[in-house]
Design a protein. Sequence first.
Length: 158
Amino acid sequence: MKTFILAFVLFSSSAFSGEMVLSENYSITVNLADSAALDNSFSPQPVPSFVYVDPNRWTTTNTVLEVAFITLLVIDYGQTSTVAQHPELYKESVSAWAIGEHPSQETVNTYFSIIAIAHPIIAYYLPTEWRKAFQYVTIGEKIPAVVGNATIGIRMSF
């Protein structure tokens, strides 16, 4: 059984039609009209349509580790948002090198958005033998930050 993961879809102005088999029982079919007919000012640019992920390269363990990291990242984001909303009570310590001791909410949003996008991309493109180490190390960095924040009473706020 071939396994495909739809990573992203980009469409050019030309007509696109295709089918992607996710498993023996599931598939995705895409059929788009020529978008140039909708907007004549659009100039066509050739772009990739699908990214194929080799199932031997990205494992279930990698997925579980990535979900664990993103879960911890969301918790850390919520806690850091609390720090940003209450600068008189708290200061950032772990990520202060990047966002300062008293970050604004906008800075917190930008910082965590970049990490949430970059981390899985970096993990995917790392050589297989380095990927799991990268994921374990970054999870290991998040756990003490989240637990430490919770220990001193910092709750999540969004």
